[in-house]
Design a protein around this ligand. Structure first.
Ligand code: AMP
Ligand code: ZN
Length: 470
């Protein structure tokens, strides 16, 4: 498989560090609010990546953090803690909203067939691990204390801007307009590892530390949790593109300073879902949640299909019109699968199945091109082969796509009266009607016998011929 690596700015063949296990880490949600459908796009594409690795036979261990402390309103360590803001908004405690929005997040994931990672760890469970890493960074001279906080010293690194396809202005977090500069920082990109001082005295969760009572910075959480559960190296680290800087840049800085060697091989970034007016956010415009789409009558699977139709490294524009088109396409696809006969006898044709799988994998191997994989799905329907083989291929692809293809088709079949759901029989009935019209009764009888041999009885009614199983 070729995968784009944000670190090298190239598509590279994916080779795991340890052949027996692929180690994968995902930046999890900050549980101060519901996830919007943009966040869910990122989790869905990461889910496809994990499932495709498993499809190829890799054993995968995937870890995800839950950010329940330390993520301030600006990614550049300023502003109020997002969790505290959320708690005030909901008139609940920080721990109450953490639980409520963690549950809501996994409920959204369940509806979208996003598999739960093997390890899901809230940051507040690992405070001791963060303190240990910060102590080591201080000992090694990569961190300093100032104004009550502990900062990472970016000037100690040979290279800080690892994802260097950003322009310099976007990287200047400390001097972004409207953001007050933290005068404790020695360098503009230094970031907080541990807070004991913040402008917001009512910070809800605090812990004892060698530097006073306080709380960890957001970036140290992902370093601490991934090192705890994945060890000193990792194959793939994932997140949305907005995480590349400063969050992932800072994760790399502190992790590699702590470890003394390279940490992550592949950085997998999903581009944004944008609304017509720009990047989707929780604070401006319509707050698009999965629940809102469901209220409007959309099936979560149609949203998954919508996302899978486009490549993860392209921005995707959300509009109801675009979603409606995906709904039509998804329903049509399910209709076509429902028309295949699941009771067809015999085994799938192994050679044809292999060729169909190869087409699917060709798309997925090309930097997880899910839109090509969906084309391979349509190719299955067009293939000149039996229904058994087609259904086997569709079920196989859906181990990765997770679009409920076979289940939705089975549901549709069950809803339809039997006579409407078998195009092969329908075609024979039409041929018999045509033969009768031409007074070719021998042919009409032959068709009746052919169907009878298959266990199907024709019933002539004033509305035309119907059929039932004998
Ligand atoms: P958050 O809960 O804000 O920490 O974000 C959760 C995940 O969603 C992160 O991986 C973000 O990078 C990602 N994300 C944020 N906004 C968008 C968006 N508009 N489209 C896709 N992913 C996003
Ligand atoms: Zn992270």
């Amino acid at each position: 498989m070729y995968l784009y690596n944000s670190l090298t700015h190239k598509k590279e063949p994916f080779v795991p560090n340890h052949p027996e296990l692929v180690k994968m880490y995902t930046c999890g949600p900050t549980v101060y609010h519901y996830a919007h459908i943009g966040n869910l796009r990122t989790y869905m594409m990461e889910d496809v990546l994990e499932k495709y690795l498993r499809y190829q036979g890799y054993n995968v261990r995937r870890v995800m953090n839950i950010t329940d402390v330390g993520h301030l309103s600006s990614d550049g360590d300023t502003g109020e803690d997002k969790m505290l803001k959320g708690a005030k908004r909901e008139h609940k405690t920080v721990m109450e909203i953490a639980q409520m929005f963690t549950d809501a997040f996994f409920e959204d994931c369940r509806k979208l067939n996003i598999k739960r990672p093997d390890v899901v760890e809230p940051a507040t469970n690992c405070i001791g691990d963060f303190i240990h890493i910060i102590e080591t960074l201080l000992e090694k001279g990569f961190a300093y204390r100032a104004g009550g906080n502990v900062y990472f010293d970016t000037s100690k690194l040979e290279k800080y801007y690892v994802f260097n396809d950003f322009n310099a202005e976007d990287l200047d977090v400390g001097v972004r307009e409207g953001v007050e500069e933290d005068t404790n920082k020695r360098n503009k990109n230094d970031f907080v590892l541990w807070f004991t001082q913040s402008k917001f005295e009512d910070q809800a969760l605090k812990w004892e530390s060698p530097w006073g009572v306080g709380y960890p910075g957001w970036h140290i959480e992902c370093t601490g949790i991934s090192l705890k559960y994945l060890g000193e190296d990792m194959d793939i680290h994932c997140g949305g593109i907005d995480n590349a800087f400063p969050h992932h840049t800072n994760e790399i800085a502190q992790s590699e300073a702590y470890l003394g060697h390279k940490w992550v091989n592949f950085w997998f970034h999903v581009l944004h879902l944008n609304s017509g007016s720009g990047k989707m956010s929780k604070s401006s415009g319509e707050f698009l949640t999965l629940a809102l789409l469901e209220e409007k009558g959309y099936d979560p699977m149609a949203y998954r299909f919508f996302c899978l139709q486009s490549h993860y490294r392209k921005n995707l524009v959300f509009s109801y019109e675009n979603l409606d088109n995906a709904v039509l396409a998804y329903n049509k696809l399910i209709d076509k699968i429902a028309a295949l006969n699941p009771e067809a006898e015999g085994e799938p044709d192994a050679a044809v199945l292999k060729a169909l799988k190869a087409r699917f994998m060709k798309g997925m191997d090309a930097d997880l091109n899910t839109s090509l994989a969906i084309t391979a799905l349509y190719d299955v329907l067009k293939e000149k082969t039996d229904d058994r083989t087609k259904l086997a291929a569709i079920g196989d692809f859906d181990r990765v796509l997770s679009l409920n293809l076979l289940e939705a088709a089975a549901k549709k079949r069950a809803q339809q009266p039997e006579e409407e759901r078998n195009p092969a029989i329908e075609a024979l009935l039409a041929a018999r009607a045509a033969a009768k019209k031409e007074k070719n009764f021998a042919e009409a009888d032959r068709i009746r016998d052919e169907l009878k041999a298959r266990g199907i009885e024709i019933i002539d009614t004033p509305q035309g011929a119907k059929w039932k199983r004998i």
